[in-house]
Ligand binder design. Sequence first.
Ligand SMILES: *Cc1c(COP(=O)(O)O)cnc(C)c1O
Length: 229
Amino acid sequence: MEIKENIEKVRDRMAAACRRSGRSIDDVKLVAITKTVPPDRVQQAWEAGIRDFGENRVQEARGKIASLAGLPATWHLVGHLQTNKAKAALELFEWIHSIDSLRLAQRLERLARDEGKRLRVLLEVNLGGEPTKSGVSEAALTELVTQIAQLRTLDLCGLMTIPPFFASPEDVRPCFRRLRHLAAEINSRQLPNVRLTQLSMGMSHDFEVAIEEGATMVRIGTAIFGSRP
Ligand SMILES: *Cc1c(COP(=O)(O)O)cnc(C)c1O
């Protein structure tokens, strides 16, 4: 019951944020983040209507997705991906939110070509410039977008960010706004094959502000499944 109720509450809050900002709820995808969550609880979220799930580690996702075999869910990788796990990631995920280097993108492109697959990707932007976080810097973003847009088996769909932590969600607003402006600025250059339509931003703590600033995917764990061990 608890998971179902939590999902309903999150959906209500998403709808309210959409109303406040004049957006359609159909334009914001809820991705339930299931790291540390056992398969039976993922199943409960599925039964409550969730169709998109996110994991941050390939290793953990592998076992979980296998034990939920038969569930036609869409899986998203939202955590950092090492090049040596690219093959496994391609098998498990339809979306990768955390591309941050040309090397990783090229590896995925080759693997996808070999398998006759396509993969939807987002570039992770390190907006705070925090050295401990992955993601491409703002300064390097346009060049990386231009390069990755040429890789045939990857669909470059947009940008993702994990902003620095602030106690008040309102303080995160400038980061979310910045990500939207970066995507708009790049789109306005009309580079070949470049159309950034997706913004993956907002977590349990700050998803309403992210929606007000244009998020098209919110990544929510705690508010659905409770706090992690
Ligand atoms: C864990 C995680 C989330 C979800 O965080 P919550 O605060 O539990 O909603 C979102 N995005 C990424 C990249 C994560 O690793």
